[in-house]
Design a protein around this ligand. Structure first.
Ligand code: 5AD
Ligand code: SF4
Length: 445
């Protein structure tokens, strides 16, 4: 067996969704607790965690090329490599067999055991830990100590929806909700550590259920209402939702809870009912549009966002046109669109009628043109509005700051006092992806 030195420095590289960003932060906290320090910028780390994503494209191939690069860059002293995330879950044993440089593989529900796996790697043992489910994980993670002004909080993991294209139910497992008590505690810690905004995360975030301190059953809206009572928390967001788990209470919360930001990410995937059925989405284009109308009735200025897949097996030109029609009907403030990518083990991967790559490229382009047009129009309509901007970082130009509007637009402006400030700003000019703002000096100042 080949023993090695304990790592002194680490780097976590997260790919994919916001939940991976959250998991990456939690892994960094675990490693810091173990006495391993973040590697300084520009320096090689002794331990590299590749926190992978499996949702689209050749994710596994990308992992192998990243591993190759790390080994090459390390020369005589290659780093200890840990593969985490959804590729680890889906292909753990295969990664171990194909990549001898990998010291350990750890799934998204098992990363709380990373410190043990590192000890084993030091002793020369290579190990795969892809156990599910996640309930043990959160209890084993250290308390939060650091938080950005805008912080993530995973409240729910896994998915029981089984959309036919999607790998998530297999890599993240069945839906589980973290307990209200844990979430309240973690939210309090995040706020104490400097968070002004918390984005509640879940693959199906609006399927969250729990019991509040008085033992009452509550859903996402109840959780939002209770978190809104934290005095130093200014903003709440949540993502990603499924249309079928939207409740009357959640819609009402958008009209009633001032701290709940006017933004909704509600993926639809396609505007064609035939395609939606083949995707096992269990909603129609019309029922989706009706739902959005109800959100708009509760909160007129709500910014709408969604996800789309083009080129699902069997998608015809006419069916794709229905997607464009839906986009026109909604007028999204922002939306994400992807080419269909067959995921091994999912039902759609073995469906007939795969759409040619050039056709997918062309459809994606048309869809993105439509989405970009609407996003720009939304930004232009925002000019003249006054709003708060939560400052997240410095801009590129001296004196410039960058933050987010309530509608999740990036806003550049001058004169902020620092990161984490909630600045009152007038939106003065719109670009396709951001706005320029002017700081409003409070009358009393
Ligand atoms: N191919 C392309 N896009 C996908 N998504 C999920 N699975 C696939 C796939 N196999 C997209 C969906 C989902 C988003 C997170 O990723 O639009 O909402
Ligand atoms: Fe995947 Fe569908 Fe679940 Fe979203 S709802 S994670 S797309 S299976």
């Amino acid at each position: 067996m080949h023993t090695r030195e304990s790592p002194k420095t680490f780097r976590v590289k997260s790919f994919g969704c916001q939940m991976n960003v959250y998991d990456g932060e939690r892994m960094a906290e675990l490693l810091a607790d173990k006495g391993i320090a973040p590697a300084p910028d520009g320096e090689e780390a002794d331990l590299v965690v590749l926190n992978t994503c499996h949702i689209r494209e050749k994710a596994a191939e990308k992992v192998y090329s990243d591993i190759g690069r790390l080994v090459k860059a390390g020369g005589e002293r290659p780093p200890m490599i840990a593969v985490a995330g959804c590729v680890a879950q889906a292909e753990g044993e295969e990664i171990m067999a194909r990549a001898p440089a990998v010291g350990m593989v750890v799934g998204p529900q098992a990363y709380h055991r990373l410190p043990e796996l590192i000890d084993r790697a030091v002793r020369g043992e290579r190990a795969v830990d892809t156990e599910m489910p996640a309930d043990a994980k959160f209890a084993a993670l250290p308390a939060r100590r650091r938080a950005a002004p805008s912080a993530f909080l995973t409240i729910q993991e896994g998915c029981d929806k089984f959309c036919t294209y999607c790998v998530v139910p297999y890599t993240r497992g069945a839906e589980i909700s973290r307990s209200f008590k844990d979430l309240l505690r973690e939210a309090q810690r995040l706020v104490e550590a400097g968070a002004r905004e918390i984005t509640l995360l879940g693959q199906n975030v609006n399927a969250w259920t729990g019991e509040d301190a008085k033992g009452r059953s509550i859903g996402l809206d109840g959780l939002i209402r209770q978190l809104a009572a934290l005095p130093d928390l200014a903003r709440i967001r949540y993502t990603t939702s499924h249309p079928n788990d939207v409740t009357d209470g959640l819609i009402a919360a958008h009209g009633e809870v001032a701290k709940l930001m006017p933004y909704l990410h509600l993926p639809v995937q396609s505007g064609s009912d035939r395609v939606l059925k083949a995707m096992n989405r269990s909603h129609t284009a019309a029922s989706y549009l009706k739902l959005l109308d109800r959100f708009r009735a509760a909160r007129a200025d709500i910014a709408l966002s969604g996800d789309f897949i083009v080129g699902f097996p069997g998608e015809t030109e006419a069916e794709f046109t229905e997607t464009l029609r839906l986009v026109d009907a909604v007028g999204y403030a922002q939306a994400f669109s992807f080419k269909y990518s067959p995921r091994p083990g999912t039902p759609a991967a073995t469906m007939t009628g795969h759409v040619a790559r050039e056709v997918m490229d062309e459809r994606l382009q048309r869809l993105q043109d439509a989405i970009n047009r609407d996003q720009f129009a939304f930004n232009q309509r925002s000019v003249g509005r006054r709003c708060t901007v939560l400052v997240e970082r410095k801009g590129k130009r001296p004196g410039q700051w960058l933050g987010k509007s309530p509608w999740l637009q990036s806003v550049f402006f001058e004169g902020a006092s620092g990161i984490g400030e909630m600045a009152e700003v007038a939106l003065a000019a719109a670009g396709p992806n951001s706005l320029a703002g002017e700081l409003l000096v409070p009358a009393a100042a």
